[in-house]
Design a protein around this ligand. Structure first.
Ligand code: CP3
Length: 362
């Protein structure tokens, strides 16, 4: 169904086109800080029960948009659906985070890895994408805000596949990169092919922008980051459909801790680069010029402060970027589950209000 976007600010900003105000969405905007999320999650029984059921996934995707005037929706899912589809057996242990039943650590494990058939194994994700698109659209075909699809980066997925879950230092996966670079590159190559197929399937199903989460790229040394993470993100970007139904599909990449490599990240063909809170946004903009848009980067911890402080810090981020096109406001990483929803409302309001007043100075 052809739809008209009622609010295309986010897609325009990603393409560095002028907008009336700075669009904002939040990483992990649907999640445990929202009581309505927790209620749906307990009906679903578990996080995976939620993520694998397109009805529930649609419901929780829309929840933050009903509370706050956010400028984009993001598919409710997880990056670990891909290694799960490769047969590694994903579980979420209460209070401990993700765990895989099987790890990938030697020649034999790697030999068993394959690119999953997306339609056979991850249909619940593409079904959720099309269902969310419909739910965002009214009877007249008017869509509220665009929908973002996403995936983990090949390296970040490999971190979970090799470690078997979260890790404080990524000792096992980093050791493997140095002792068996051949195995590491085979894993990364399979992951890159899987991510291309997965993101293209999301684009086909209706995702209007896609984001690659490289949460653990910043754990790598300079040089190793380029070989083991950035090169594979570049391969993914090269394989993506950049247009669907005649409309451009922008690509965002986010390496947490990647500020040092900003110019290199900006050169791999993405439309936008996500930044964490360690980066000065104004300096970042000067470095990339008009090559890419920037997304970020307020410290999620600011949301624990008073409304007045939240508003001051939001203005500082906007002022630092300055009166230029090409900024999507976001947190520097995912929102904490201990955030008060009322504080999110303050942030969203200040970003819209203050960015309009910056534009008015033109
Ligand atoms: O942004 C959104 O609202 C979309 C949903 C989304 C989730 N995970 C839902 C989720 C997205 C984009 C992700 C990405 C993701 N998942 C990343 C990359 C981004 C980042 O945060 O660095 C990573 C590393 C994961 C892996 C993952 N999933 C971990 C480590 C955990 C446990 C951490 C925790 O907060 O407990 C998850 C679970 C998860 N994914 C939750 C949500 C809302 C919490 C699960 C719950 O409800 O119990």
């Amino acid at each position: 169904m052809p739809s008209t976007l009622l609010n295309d600010t986010f897609l325009r900003a990603l393409q560095r086109q002028p907008t009336d105000y700075t669009p904002i969405w939040l990483m992990r905007q649907a999640g445990r800080y929202l009581p309505e999320y927790n209620a749906t999650r307990s009906r679903a029984g578990s996080f995976l029960g939620l993520a694998t059921n397109p009805d529930y996934a649609t419901e929780v995707t829309l929840q933050p948009l009903e509370r706050f005037p956010l400028d984009a929706a993001i598919l409710f899912s997880d990056i670990l659906t891909v290694p799960d589809a490769m047969g590694l057996g994903l579980n979420f242990v209460q209070g401990e985070g993700p765990r895989f039943e099987r790890t990938v650590r030697n020649e034999e494990d790697v030999a068993k890895l394959h690119v999953p058939d997306i339609d056979a194994t991850l249909r619940y994700v593409t079904d959720a994408v099309s269902q969310i698109r419909r739910a965002l659209t009214d009877a007249q075909g008017r869509q509220k805000v665009p929908l973002i699809g996403f995936s983990g980066s090949p390296w970040t997925l490999a971190c979970y596949m090799v470690e078997g879950g979260g890790s404080p230092d990524h000792h096992t996966v980093k050791a493997m990169a140095y002792t068996r670079p051949d195995l590491m590159h085979r894993i990364l190559d399979i992951n890159a092919q899987a991510v291309v197929a997965y993101l293209n399937a999301q684009i086909e199903a209706g995702a209007q922008a896609v984001m690659i989460f490289d949460t653990w790229g910043g754990a790598l040394a300079d040089g190793a980051y380029q070989r083991f993470s950035l090169d594979y993100i570049a391969k993914v970007v090269a394989g993506l459909k950049r247009e669907h139904d005649g409309v451009k599909v922008p690509v965002i990449t986010f390496t947490k801790g990647g500020g040092l490599w900003l110019e290199q990240i900006a050169a791999i063909g993405v439309d936008a680069v996500g930044l964490d809170w360690t980066v000065n946004l104004g300096q970042a903009r000067e470095k990339v010029g008009d090559r890419v848009a920037l997304q970020g980067n307020i410290d999620p911890a600011v949301l624990f402060a008073s409304p007045a402080v939240i508003r001051t810090e939001a203005r500082a981020v906007l002022d630092s970027f300055g009166n230029f096109p090409g900024h999507v406001f976001n947190l520097g990483h995912g929102i904490s589950q201990f955030t008060r929803p009322e504080n999110v409302a303050e942030l969203v309001d200040e970003v819209h209000r203050h960015s309009r007043s910056i534009r008015a100075k033109n």
